[in-house]
Design a protein around this ligand. Structure first.
Ligand SMILES: [Zn+2]
Length: 76
């Protein structure tokens, strides 16, 4: 069993970045927004599912995973 399968909490920012995208962050992300500036999405096994959930929840298509969280599950 790999520890990489561990579920993580994911959050989205409330405000879009300069490119107009809402960013999704894992719980341990260094760029995780302040508690008042983020939206709790839920617990997911990977960032792709968290992004999909954010799109549905926020009714937005311009949602991306944060750069430092991208494919973290796959690389580490
Ligand atoms: Zn990150």
């Amino acid at each position: 069993m790999s520890i990489n399968c561990a579920m993580q909490y994911y959050y989205s920012s409330k405000k879009p970045d300069i490119g107009g995208h809402i960013r999704v962050h894992a719980q341990n992300c260094v760029e995780l927004p302040d508690i008042l500036a983020r939206i709790y999405l839920g617990i997911f096994p990977n960032s792709n599912l968290a992004v999909a959930s954010a799109r549905e929840k926020l009714q937005l298509t311009r949602v991306k995973v944060c750069n430092c969280c991208t494919d973290q599950d796959l690389i580490s």
